[in-house]
Write a protein that binds this ligand. Structure first.
Ligand code: DGY
Length: 358
């Protein structure tokens, strides 16, 4: 079994076997003289997988937002007076929600890796612990990234359109030629768990080298294992045949993939974004694709989401667009719910969370 799978299994096993017992013990010890379910917890989405709900309901009285799409008004009403929240979905977690909850609120966990919809400064100012659910989605997102990289490099979208429009022109010998993954240089902007999981998968495609741009160098053993070298942003852009965005959205990364960046990339380069749409200036991406300044793009994230069906990006042949489904597998979403529930239980018990966001 791959090392990475062992880590994921280990994390889930830690959650399922060790953490519940820890949390239960802490709860029992602390609440001996209290009622069986001393804490109220809100689940902010009606479709949070049962795994997390089952864990929470052993110890807590649960309320849940039932509207779909979840209504902000229902959330703000039901959050009043709760001790903790399992925050499913990307509704803004901000002062408005925290004020509605009230001062007894002890902790929150999102069911996501990215927390760009959370007002982290406000949470910290109020000293409310925040958990999230990274790591367990690395494999699912990495699988999708490899799919996008190949789909964009090999022109899947354009090829399908040829069939739909009755333009099957295979009498051309050079029809729909794409980019080889074999012997390519793959550059990662951001090289954490997801980026490394992608690189590991791509090593099976006989790539030549991995480059990465991060603030801090990763450990040398992993660099060696993945044949990876840290370079600055300009070198990453200039040398990569495939550029994969796998970094968080922060003020420093917002819009960094703009016209200037695209002009430094190879004309044959393929851009993949499985991180956050706002890291890319989407107008500039449109221009770079339309003018063939870069070869193609495969994106699971965009700005805004949902992307309107009339968006000009969707008129292009050389972009494969998916509606933010990176972590959308049954097992992954269930694992994310499990991690979020353990974060909440630990936060309520005054213990460090399994996956603290800060
Ligand atoms: C995440 O967890 O951040 C994924 O993008 C899904 O929201």
């Amino acid at each position: 079994m791959a090392f990475e799978s062992l880590i994921v299994l280990g994390l889930v096993a830690t959650c399922c076997l060790i953490a519940p017992n820890d949390a239960s013990l802490v709860f029992r010890a602390r609440n001996r003289s209290m009622s069986a379910k001393p804490f109220k917890v809100l689940i902010t989405h009606p479709e949070v997988p049962q795994s997390g709900i089952d864990l929470l309901k052993e110890h807590c009285e649960l309320t849940q937002v039932l509207s779909l799409p979840p209504s902000r008004a229902e959330l703000l009403e039901k959050i009043k007076g709760v001790d903790a929240v399992l925050w499913g979905g990307h509704s803004p977690l901000n002062a408005e929600a925290l004020d509605a909850a009230g001062p007894q609120l002890k902790c929150i966990s999102t069911m996501s890796a990215g927390i760009d919809y959370v007002d982290v400064a406000e949470m910290k100012r109020r000293k409310i612990p925040l958990g999230h659910s990274p790591t367990v989605l690395d494999a699912a997102v990495a699988d999708l990234a490899v799919g996008l990289l190949i789909a964009a490099g090999r022109r899947f979208h354009e090829a399908r359109r040829k069939i739909d429009s009755d333009n099957w022109e295979s009498y051309h010998l050079n029809w729909l030629l794409g980019q080889d993954v074999r012997d390519s240089v793959v550059g990662f902007f951001g090289f954490g768990g997801i980026g490394q999981a992608i690189a590991k998968r791509l090593s099976g495609f006989d790539i030549d080298q991995v480059l990465y741009t991060t603030r801090r160098r990763i450990d040398q053993e992993t660099e060696k294992e993945l044949n990876a070298k840290k370079v600055d942003f300009d070198e990453l852009l200039a040398k990569s045949d495939f550029v994969v965005i796998a970094s968080p959205l922060t003020p420093a990364t917002q819009g960094i993939f703009n016209a200037t960046a695209f002009n430094k990339m190879k004309r044959t380069a393929v851009l993949v974004n499985i991180a956050r749409g706002k890291i890319v200036n989407q107008n500039d991406l449109y221009d770079a694709l339309k003018s063939n300044r870069i070869f193609a793009a495969g994106i699971d994230v965009m700005d805004p989401e949902p992307l309107p069906p009339t968006d000009k990006l969707l008129t292009l042949d050389n972009v494969v667009v998916l509606p933010h489904i990176g972590s959308a597998t049954t097992r992954t979403r269930s694992d994310m719910s499990t991690i979020a529930a353990h974060n909440v239980l630990r936060g309520l018990a005054g213990e460090p969370m399994l996956s603290p966001a800060y």
